[in-house]
Write a protein that binds this ligand. Structure first.
Ligand code: PBG
Ligand code: ZN
Length: 330
């Protein structure tokens, strides 16, 4: 069949028709909201590199968690900025540090909301790397033990999902074993399985002051040029016990996301990262793009590519829009 019999435009004529044949849908359940927890009390300060996102102190972070829950967002992922950084990232595995305290505060205020914790050392090390330094390099095996301690500390605080983002080899196995040994065999691991060494993390590193003090992260995060290697990372993480996979960053890696979902059929997330957020906000502030439409179109692209859910700084806001729309839909 071809033109003039075949006319795709027939199904695009009205919004009702378009709604009938729509292939991909966004719902509030598709999003996870990242939150930044900082020391102090009564803090809600806008992050300079991420307008519209805030640093929250432990006593106030539940406000945002409650907003997410009301909008139908199933969970948040926590990042911490510690009072003090040292060579070995001690605050990462300190039961009384910001992230652990925030987990307790959120679980108390909104018990049903999933609290995911990012497991990494870069926010906590004085040198800003994701692992400990030996002979001027990020040492893989010595880092594993500290990551495992961090994960157990998060579990003890009440985290629902553990999400390691460090990119050390063998970290999923190390964390899985430590969780199991400590009575947390039921806790799922969301692995940042495919994480590229990306310029798109810039605004996040300003937010948590985690830029490496020397060198860069290319010795452990992936080369943006590599796709086959992404499959290898996924295979290793699945073999080590990962329950869910993540691809990061988002828009520039939709090909990787699509391939991994197709090939492994596991719950797979996309991380719509800080640089992607900042680019949209900057363009919108200049009046160069339609902010709401750009955001929804971008979030839709992740779902269309195969993501089961998206970690996005727009989670609460987008969920509120969708909720509002569903109220008005006839
Ligand atoms: C920590 C971590 C980073 C992000 C999530 N976890 C930064 C990095 O790897 O440098 C980036 C998130 C974002 O840019 O929104 N390893
Ligand atoms: Zn890190």
């Amino acid at each position: 069949m071809s033109f003039p019999t075949d006319r795709p435009r027939r199904l695009r004529r009205t919004e009702t028709l378009r709604r009938l044949v729509r292939e991909t849908h966004l719902t509030p359940a598709d999003f996870i909201q990242p939150l930044f927890v900082v020391p102090g009390t009564n803090v809600k300060t806008e992050i300079s590199s991420m307008p519209g996102q805030f640093h929250w102190s432990v006593d106030r972070v539940a406000e945002m968690a409650e907003r997410c829950f009301r909008a139908g967002v199933p969970g948040v992922i926590l990042f911490g900025v510690p009072t003090h950084k040292d060579e070995v990232g001690s605050a990462a595995y300190d039961d009384s540090a910001e992230v652990q305290s925030a987990v307790r505060a959120i679980k108390k205020a909104v018990p049903e909301l999933l609290v995911i914790t990012d497991v990494c050392l870069c926010e906590y090390t004085s040198h800003g790397h994701c692992g400990v330094i030996e002979h001027n390099e990020v040492a893989n095996d010595s880092t594993l033990e500290l990551l495992a301690r961090t994960a157990v500390s998060h579990a003890r605080a009440g985290a629902d999902i553990i999400a390691p983002s460090d990119m050390m080899d063998g970290r999923i196995a190390a964390i899985r074993a430590a969780l199991d040994q400590n009575g947390y065999a039921y806790l799922p691991i969301l692995s940042y399985a495919v994480k590229y060494a990306s310029a798109y993390y810039g605004p996040f590193r300003v937010a948590v002051d985690s830029a490496p003090q020397f060198g860069d992260r290319r010795g452990y995060q992936m080369d943006p040029a590599n796709a086959n290697e992404a499959l290898r990372e996924v295979e290793l993480d699945l073999a080590e016990g990962a329950d869910m996979l993540m691809v990061k960053p988002g828009i520039a890696y939709l090909d990787i996301l699509h391939t991994i979902k197709e090939k492994y059929r596991r719950p797979t997330a996309a991380y719509h990262v800080s640089g992607e957020y900042a680019m949209i906000e900057a363009a919108a502030q200049n009046g160069w793009v339609d902010r709401k439409r750009i955001i929804l179109e971008t979030l839709l692209s992740f779902k269309r590519a195969g993501a089961d859910f998206v970690l996005t700084y727009y989670a609460a806001e987008a969920a509120e829009w969708l909720l509002e729309e569903s109220r008005h839909a006839r």
